[in-house]
Design a protein around this ligand. Structure first.
Ligand code: FES
Ligand SMILES: [Fe+2]
Length: 364
């Protein structure tokens, strides 16, 4: 399908075809909020269908090992972690957090293998701005930087997450969709059908250093974002960026205050996706704001989850569907970038961002 054409109102959508549901490799994914990993503890996570033992050692460093013992595949997370080494519960093989095996209790000195011959697989991890990112892929050495929210002189204020029973694409396009707010999140504080009006937003490709994605250029937030105005004490200027595989960063600022939201989707398996939402702000009264914001954030996420699940139920009937211009352009871009990412990988070249600066118009 020619995907470089301008968006046509009646062009056949292809979001269930081709790259639909593919979980991109060689990329950073949101693994957990840093606060979820206590010192000296390790937990099991399934990420992109792979078993991961995610932990923090006695020295405070986060680590991730493949959570299957190189001996017979037993989950290492069912064993013991003493803050330095993990011991498999089956035959007591021990592993350092860098994957090196240090003990194979059953072996005599003359037998092979010896611990020095065995390594458990390690995943690169980074702790940054209160978040733990994991690199899902085989590349080692110089890795791209992890996603970063603008520094607004504060630490993370609120983290919420929710599991969507769908593939990563349906979660991503469900969350990025610009035209559902008045219907899915209808409220007098936020927006409703009566508040719908025409918008024109300028978009540009992300600089290469920030990955494959696009940015909604800084603009004054729309007049139906009253919740923002209440929170930040005035009409904010907002900038939103989106990068593969699944990270959306929003920065709203007024002359006095800032708000940053980071939304990241991480596949658990091909058809389950965890949506992580992290909020930062420098408005005073963090504890009270957190208490107020948590239920609101959970309610928003759950509204999105229900909307997406209704779409999943409908798509199970394999309906004919239609994408519109321009409200569905970001959905198209997402798949276009994903295809480019995969093509570049297959051809062993750097991906090229096909997006060019453009102003999109829609009513919401
Ligand atoms: S399965 Fe892990 S030590 Fe045997
Ligand atoms: Fe939403």
């Amino acid at each position: 399908m020619d995907d470089t054409r301008p968006d046509q109102p009646h062009a056949a959508p292809d979001y269930r075809l081709g790259v639909g549901g593919v979980m991109l490799r060689e990329a950073w994914y949101y693994a957990a909020p840093a606060s979820a990993l206590a010192r000296g503890k390790a937990v099991h996570r399934t990420l992109l269908g792979e078993p991961v033992l995610l932990g923090r050692d006695a020295g405070g460093n986060v680590f991730a090992l493949r959570d299957t013992c190189p001996h017979r595949g037993t989950l290492l997370s069912k064993g013991k972690f003493d803050g330095r080494e993990v011991e498999c519960p089956y035959h007591g093989w021990r592993f350092r957090t860098d994957g090196q095996c240090t003990a194979i209790p059953s072996q005599t000195a003359a037998q092979r293998p010896q611990p020095g011959d065995i390594r458990a697989e390690v995943f690169p991890v980074r702790e940054h701005q209160g978040n733990v990112w994991i690199y899902m892929g085989t590349q080692r050495g110089a890795l791209p930087p992890v996603p970063e929210v603008p520094a607004i002189g504060n630490k993370r204020q609120l983290y919420v997450s929710m599991v969507f029973d769908c593939n990563i694409d349906l979660a991503v396009i469900g969350l990025m969709d610009p035209a559902h707010g008045a219907f899915v999140h209808s409220s007098s504080l936020w927006r409703n059908e009566a508040s719908i009006h025409e918008k024109h937003k300028a978009f540009s490709p992300l600089p290469e250093s920030e990955g494959l994605g696009w940015r909604m250029d800084r603009h004054t937030a729309s007049r139906n974002s009253r919740a923002y105005a209440l929170f930040l004490g005035g009409a904010p200027e907002t900038e939103i960026s989106y990068r593969l595989p699944s990270v959306r960063i929003e920065h709203a600022r007024t002359p006095r205050y800032n708000y940053c939201g980071l939304t990241a989707c991480t596949p658990i398996t091909a058809d389950r996706t965890e949506v992580h939402h992290v909020m930062y702000w420098d408005v005073p009264g963090a504890a009270i704001m957190r208490a107020i914001m948590r239920p609101i954030a959970m309610r928003f996420l759950d509204q999105d989850r229900r909307a997406v699940m209704s779409m999943v139920e409908g798509l199970a009937f394999d309906p004919k569907t239609v994408l519109v211009q321009d409200a569905d352009t970001q959905t198209r871009w997402y798949f276009r970038l994903k295809r480019e990412f995969l093509a570049a990988q297959a051809e062993g070249r750097a991906p090229k961002n096909p997006i060019t600066p453009v102003t999109l118009s829609w009513r919401s």
